[in-house]
Structures are given as structure tokens and as C-alpha cells.
Design a protein around this ligand. Sequence first.
Ligand SMILES: O=C(O)CCC(=O)C(=O)O
Ligand SMILES: [Fe+2]
Length: 473
Amino acid sequence: GHEFFSSTDQIAQLVEKKKDLLMSFSQYIDAEEKNVEAMKSVYLDLLLSYSNSVDPEEITRDPVAAYKLLRQLRNELIHIIKHIQPSFHQCNEYQDELELLEIPQLKDLDGAASGLIRLQEIYKLYPEDIMKEMLLSADEAFHVGLVAYNEDKFQHAFLWFWYSLDKLTEYSTTTEKELLLYVISSAYHFGSLPVAIYFNKQLLNLDPTDYEIRDQLNRLLRFQRKSNPDIFTLNKESRSYEKLCRGELDKRTSKRQRALSCRYSTGGGNPRLMYPPVKEEVEWDEPPIIRYHDIISDREIEILKNISRPLLSRSEVYQDGWDTASQDHVSQRVFLQDDPVATRVSQRIADATGLSMETAESLLVQNYGIGGRFEPHYDALETGVNDRIATFLIYMSDVEIGGATVFPDIGVATRPKKGSAVFWYNLHKNGELDLNTRHAGCPVLVGNKWVANKWIHEFGQEFKRPCSLSEWE
Ligand SMILES: O=C(O)CCC(=O)C(=O)O
Ligand SMILES: [Fe+2]
């Protein structure tokens, strides 16, 4: 290396070097200045779009708008980070903030698209029906189509690709050729050769010299069968769970329901219920499903939601020996421990049901996602000892469309009503699982769904709900 003190010429050269460096320095400043200008304009754009935006809770009522917002936010956040990352080393304070900032991942977008597809299946909706309030762009619809395609839901995929084709503009990232290829493949997969052939001809028109596409067309023509299946029969399988979610099949419209009652209860003279008494409504008789109206105030709900918000995490179900996030249960939840409002609510549940909360689980607050749902299940864990004897399910929001709690085996659907709760026993008096208590949370079509569960256990109820050896109770 250089040794500067032993030669004066080396010192002289250093002066030259300083001149070069100053030059580079000045160029660097120019570049930084340009960068700052660019950042300022990006910043102003983003700021403008932020101040223009409406209440996010209002947007997420509509699943399509929620999907769009999630995509847009992901892109914008990436954009911001790309701009400020190079300056990391200069501003240490931002480093922490950036690391804390969690950006939606691609799997979030896929999950959101999957939610839209599930809504379509259950509520029998075409893309146009589900986009009543908000339209998707060609690229957005293409992505939803791809997710459906990867889930082997080719009819839905077809409809989204077809829609996307219609919405294509010069600004779209996806191309007509790519879309047509997917349209053809989807039609082929759900068994409609005439449709596949029709679109293959259209594709060939784009470039009549494309041999691969001509080959594919010839192959399809050879395959062509006489049958002409109806491509518009969406989701033929109609499980009673899904029918109930759509509001079909609810047995309670019958005479049997009219015989059900509504009353004010003071819990057998419980002083805490004398004023105000709880409003009890029998939603179903066998097994009894009781609705308690005005069991929690709007203010209490706001408090519970606010403490839960930062703590929510993806619900997991026990599967193959692991707790895993599942497509069957798209929501986020948190058990609230040691919270004064939760404790007050717990006391009210004890008063209303006459059961002990000593062995109950902490209050579980849940918020559902896009197409959020909970597929049919039992709340009882079938542990044999100290199982979940009963469920107290509090509705912390109204849901405009969808989101009912349904009991497919008895044909009952209970609608969310803010401030009310439904209560039922999961176990017979002999401790056996009551098979009629299988239930599900329907996908939310429009609205935000918040619920809170209190799972009450067997221990401590011996004198409050006497056991019985009878098989019928
Ligand atoms: O959200 C609902 O309606 C049902 C929730 C549920 O069944 C549960 O959390 O166990
Ligand atoms: Fe449940």
C-alpha cells in the first residue's frame, strides 16, 4: 500500500486525488437531489391518495373493495419502502419503523381472492353480482381467476378470465393472449369443448401463423363431443350448510317457531337482573338455542374491539397433530385475559345462564376476513373430562349480508344482531356430545363481522345444571 510520509511526491498526488473525489462528491449530490425530487413527488401522490380515502371500515364492508384495497396498499407500501430503503444508513430512527411495518404478502392477496371465490360458491354469484359496488380491473380479475384455477375451480376461473378479457386496456399487465389461453384451458377443464374451441379460434385470429395454437385447436376439434354441458351451473353440490347460509331451508319459518317464546328473565330473582332484566328469546326448542338481547352495550363492544385489534392473530385449527391456519376458518382471534370489561361481561353471562364461570375459558374475540367463515364443527372438544358444556356466542356487530351462524343438522340459522348473544349446550346432561350442535359461521358477503365466544366448561356446574343418566336429556 501507499506510505505517504516517506515520499513528498505521494503527498503531491494526494492533492490530485482530492480534486477527483470532489468531482464525484458533486455528482453524488446531484443524483441525491434528483432522488429527493422523485421521492417528494411520490410522497405527495401517496399523501393525496391517503387524504382522499374514506373510512377503511366502510371500505372493508364490501369484500371486493377490501380485496382491491389490500392489493393497492401492498403496492404502495412496497413503493414507499423501495424509496426509503437506500437512505437507511442515514436515518437510524426509521430503520425500526420499517422493520415493524408488516407488508401484505402475496399469500394475503391469494387468500383474499380465495375468499371472494368461496363467497361466489356459497351464495351462487357471478363476478358481476359480487362486484355490485366496486369493479375490479383486468389485472385484479386475472389474479382472482388464477387463484380459482389453482384451486381447480375452473368454472369460476373461466368467468373471471372472461371478465378480465372484457376489461383489458393498454395499461394492463396481463395480455389478451395469456388470458385467452387461460379461458381455453378453464373451459377445457370443466368439460365444455365447444367453448374451448370458440375461444381457441379467437386466439388463432390474433396470430394465424402461430403453429402451436393451430395444433391445439386441431386437438380440441378431434376431442369434440356431442354433449354440451351448461357452463353456468356453479357449485352444483348444495350442502345444507350452504343452503342455510343463503337463507334457504331455515326450518324456523314453520309453525314450530311460532310456538317459541320471548320473555324477560330475572334469573330466578337474581338481584343483578332485576333492573334491567335480560331479554330472552327461544330461537329453537330442541336443542334449546336461546338468544339474549342487549347483553352487551355498544360502548363495551368498542372497548373490547379496541383492546383486541393489536392482538388479533390468524385462527388456527388442530389438524394432523398441528395447529395450522386453515381455509376452513378464515378469521383472526384473541383470548382476552384479565380485562375489566371482559370480566364484567363474564359476570353477566353467569347471571343470564345461571352457570359458573369459574372454569370457563377467557373471552375469545374474533373478527372475520374477506369471505371470512368457519366451516361446520362442534365446539365441544370431546376430551371426556371437563369438556365445553356450553357456548355463549356474542355478536359484536350487525352483518348486512351473510355471516349467520347455522346449525345444518337441525336447519337453524341465527343472524348476527349487534349486542345480542346466542347460547346453547354442546353436551347432553349425561355428558355426551349433542350431535345436533354442529354449527358453522357463514361467509360474510357484505359487512364486518365481530363475535366474542365464551366457552363454559363442565366443572363447577354440578349443582347449576344437574347431570342425568338419561339418554334423552
Ligand atoms: O361466528 C360464528 O357465527 C360462529 C363462531 C363459532 O362457531 C366459533 O367460534 O366456535
Ligand atoms: Fe363454534
